[in-house]
Design a protein. Structure first.
Length: 486
């Protein structure tokens, strides 16, 4: 059994109050690790260490020197790939096939990408006329923002944590990370890699715990924190935004979604089925960018529903290290109960259950895990809760539409605005529809195809701000104007 401690000022530390909580294996329900819960004093120590490190060697390094160290961090993740893979899958239950191709490689890549990006991050300069005719120059200077609080989620723990830590460190900041209590292991393990790579003590800190009256609240409310970046559910994002308002600290918040896919009759059906299968069921549906609302043009509706259900019925549920496994469990029993409550609600609201709708029968050694069936519904009204509320499980509702205008209206009929997918072979339609959808990113004839240089984030209740490429670097720096009179 693992013991997961806090990582403060380059050292692993037990909870100052001796408090621990259990981390269960989502596949079996058995005890996987004991996690040390950070107290307010522990969080104070982590923020102080981060503040002190700003004025230490890290703050005096050039971008190239910091970049070289961040490359070593990436190399350290690569060198311990199997260890990170096992830890990530033990925490989440996701199949090795997914984590080995996405989570761990992207976790390492985030350090390389931003170590390079910061070297080419331009500012601005203006020559200004003055009354005496001699002029002035205005020069923009980018400076680090300070101590960054990183609140990272449980669905892609290493990937989404490093997506924030990578650019924050590249810009010369220091960080205090609060990983999800459900998935603390790879974030803790990264401390060893940081030390081995030569990251000075205090630059990277980790405090474990929960939200209210625990490490999450202690960190986001801390006066020593200069900015907060968060990925998670909308209600928690609203709480963090309120905490950040005290002291007028900057926030970057990426929250939930109820993402639509629009499938037109002129699509390539094979591509649309394959892409929608992934966007609905990948990572057991626990992807903020995943599809929960599928709108299909009426002439191909019946065929699409039948083919998607047939493909989803072939999923193999099992242990992460079994190469036959297509789908793992949900992250926890608590989340399983939430998803199952929506499965029952769908029936209560009048859905036709095309596939799934319950708990699969698993072997005795896995019966205690947080398993649910991949599920497809049709027939629900547009104002039903199942159609309007984020479920975050392996499920979707499919509804027919008749016109392009109707499809766009249905896609936009939500309080969220994170992502969408459009399936059509008509280029003009692709451009019309994709730009008419109110969301942060639209994929056309693809899904989860990411260029890390591009903007990522949501509109409406899906978040505030953008990450990726120079957009991340803008958040993690302060822009100062220097005016020089000639």
């Amino acid at each position: 059994m693992r013991e997961v401690k806090n990582f403060i000022n380059g050292e692993y530390r037990a909870s100052s109050a001796g408090k621990t909580f259990d981390k269960l294996n989502p596949c079996t329900g058995s005890l996987f690790a004991k996690v040390h819960e950070a107290t307010r004093e522990d969080v104070d120590a982590a923020v102080k260490a981060a503040r002190d490190a700003l004025d230490g060697p890290w703050g005096r390094m050039s971008e190239s020197e910091r970049g070289a160290i961040l490359y070593k961090v990436a190399e350290g993740i690569d060198a311990r790939f199997d260890e990170f893979l096992a830890a990530e899958c033990a925490d989440t239950g996701k199949p090795y096939g997914i984590a080995s191709h996405i989570d761990i490689p992207r976790g390492a890549a985030n350090f390389r990408v931003f170590a390079d990006a910061v070297k080419n991050f331009a500012t601005e300069a203006f020559q200004t006329a003055t009354p005496d005719g001699k002029g002035a120059f205005n020069i923009a200077v980018r400076k680090r923002k300070g101590v960054i609080a990183v609140i990272s989620p449980w669905n892609l723990p290493l990937l989404l944590m490093t997506w924030k830590v990578g650019p924050a460190l590249a810009c010369g900041n220091t960080v205090v990370v609060k990983p999800s209590e459900e998935t603390p292991t790879t974030t803790s393990l990264l401390g060893e890699v940081m030390n081995a790579a030569g990251v000075p003590p205090g630059v990277f800190n980790v405090v474990n715990g929960f939200g209210p009256d625990s490490a999450g609240a202690f960190l986001t409310e801390h006066k020593g924190v200069d900015a907060i970046t968060f990925t998670g559910e909308t209600r928690t994002g609203e709480v963090i935004a309120r905490a950040a308002a005290k002291g007028l600290r900057d926030v970057s918040i990426e929250c939930g979604g109820k993402n639509p896919a629009l499938v037109f009759a002129d699509c390539d059906m094979d591509k649309a089925i394959e892409g929608t299968l992934r966007s609905v069921f990948a990572n057991c549906g626990q992807v903020c960018l995943g599809t929960e609302r599928v709108y299909v043009e009426r002439p191909i509706f019946d065929e699409f529903v039948e083919r998607l259900a047939r493909a989803a019925a072939d999923f193999t549920l099992g242990l992460p290290d079994d190469p036959r496994t297509d789908m793992g469990p949900l992250v926890s029993h608590e989340h399983q109960q939430k998803v199952l409550s929506y499965y029952q609600l769908a029936v209560d609201e009048g859905a036709q259950v095309v596939l799934g709708g319950g708990v699969p029968e698993m072997p005795p050694e896995l019966a205690g895990g947080a398993w649910v069936q991949p599920t497809i519904w049709t027939g629900l009204p547009d104002d039903s809760r199942v159609v309007r509320e984020e479920i975050f499980g392996p499920c979707c509702h499919i509804r027919p539409f008749d016109t392009e205008e109707e499809a766009i209206a249905l896609a936009n009929d939500t309080t969220y605005g994170l992502a969408s997918a459009v399936w059509t072979e008509n280029v003009s339609r692709a451009l019309r529809v994709s730009t008419a959808i109110d969301c942060g990113i639209t994929w056309v004839n693809s899904w989860f195809l990411r260029d890390l240089r591009t903007a990522f984030g949501g509109t409406k209740e899906s978040g505030i701000g953008r990450e990726g490429g120079e957009h991340s670097l803008e958040f993690y720096t302060e822009l100062q104007n220097v005016c020089i009179k000639i």
